[in-house]
Write a protein that binds this ligand. Structure first.
Ligand code: PMP
Length: 387
């Protein structure tokens, strides 16, 4: 059988392959990117599932509209009006099968083969994968501690046929970094000069454990702003519920057509259940519990790094989210360290799959949300001795 170039050129999930090696019980794994399952509101979701079925009956089991369940879209719009001061309404929201699907749909709608996508370097592996299916040219822009490198951004935007810039402005995957207020403003000013869209992918924004919430870069200001959100990190990833917010009606219409072609609509059962959950539970209090849990785990990892990592290893200090990014300034390949670490039964994700243009890198992603503080300390101690 001959396969398409698009699929042959798409990186298969490096992380999934790594997770296979790291799955055994005796491995301390910082490799995953999973929310901690103790954060899932299982009982409340069970009550919501029962209630949604008894109140709506067969509607939960029927086909439904492509844009998504209207009360859920209204709930999301109202929240973004209230929390972020954005002028959004239910019609500006489309429910996707996780925000991952939003990435693929946007690629389909905006990219012709060879068109440019400006992406953070390092950037979210799943976005690289989803966009690759549209056969773009990637222009990587270095992600600095406070956001994109502005000179590289300007250069990238001058390349032919650049369609959009992809960013994760809060507690980025893989680095845990957050764009500063100043950088957000500077990026907004630069983007205002170009006919490109801006994707702000924000699945982690609510999981802030320190510092002040910051305004979005372009949402509510740029004409071609696309904001992505998700319930995966705050309620449950398994129900696969994410959303796209854009005020650009033409773009929304094309995304709807692409979604229709892909899966007709997002699981309507999940949409009814999550809507009931959101309408009848204290979501803010629930998210506060996740924040307290993750802050404790992040502190445990940072304290252990302080104690056990050698001076040539730098690492980020996230204000929220799920990841820390470490850089070995002596240039050691993180894949080499990965193999040595596996011998010591500790795992992380080597930096390579997060770049569109480099391999053999000296960086690594460490997830802290899935181990107890004691286990985190032991894992970092082992990693420190290898480094
Ligand atoms: N964007 C980013 C930056 C992510 O880290 C993830 C999850 N790893 C996603 C999108 C996809 O999330 P989901 O499809 O579960 O909403």
């Amino acid at each position: 059988m001959e396969f398409s170039e698009k699929i042959l050129n798409t990186p298969s999930s490096f992380i999934r392959n790594i997770l296979k090696v790291t799955e055994s019980e005796d491995v301390i794994s910082f490799a995953g990117g999973l929310p901690n399952p103790i954060s899932f509101p299982v009982e409340a979701l069970k009550a919501s599932a029962n209630k949604a079925i008894s109140e709506n009956g067969s509607r939960l089991f029927q086909y439904s509209g492509t844009q998504g369940y209207a009360p859920l879209r209204e709930y999301i719009a109202a929240k973004y009006r209230r929390v972020h001061g954005l002028d959004v309404h239910a019609d500006d929201v489309l429910i996707t099968t996780g925000s991952q699907q939003a990435l693929e749909l946007i690629g389909k709608v905006l990219i012709n083969k060879g068109d440019g996508i400006v992406i953070e370097e390092p950037g979210y592996l799943g976005a690289i994968q989803a966009f690759t299916l549209s056969e773009p040219t990637f222009y990587g822009v270095t992600l600095e501690n406070d956001g994109l490198n502005l000179e590289e951004l300007e250069n990238a935007l001058q390349q032919p046929n650049v369609k959009f810039v992809y960013t994760v402005p809060n507690f980025q995957n893989p680095t845990g970094l957050t764009y500063s207020k100043e950088k957000r403003q500077q990026i907004f000013e630069i983007l205002s000069k170009y006919d490109v869209a801006l994707i702000e992918d924000d699945p982690y924004g609510e999981l802030r454990f320190q510092g002040e919430p910051l305004p979005y870069i372009g949402a509510g200001k740029l004409e071609n702003s696309i904001l992505l959100g998700s319930f995966s990190k705050t309620v449950t990833p398994g129900m696969r519920l994410g959303f796209i917010i854009t005020k650009n009606k033409e773009l929304m219409q094309h995304i709807e057509t692409a979604k229709q072609a892909t899966d007709l609509h997002t699981n309507i059962f999940s949409q009814y259940v999550i809507y009931d959950y959101l309408a009848n539970n204290d979501y803010t209090e629930h998210v506060q519990k996740i924040i307290a849990l993750y802050k404790n785990q992040a502190d445990a990892m940072l304290n252990a790094m302080e104690e056990f990592f050698p001076a040539h290893v730098d690492y980020t200090r996230p204000d929220g989210g799920m990841f820390i990014w470490a850089t070995m300034n002596n240039g050691t390949s993180s894949l080499d360290v990965f193999h040595k670490a596996m011998e010591q039964k500790v795992a992380f994700v080597p930096g390579d799959p997060f770049y569109t243009s480099k391999t053999g890198v000296n960086t690594m992603r460490l997830n802290y949300t899935n181990a107890t503080p004691e286990v985190i300390r032991e894992g970092i101690k082992r990693l420190g001795s290898i480094l």
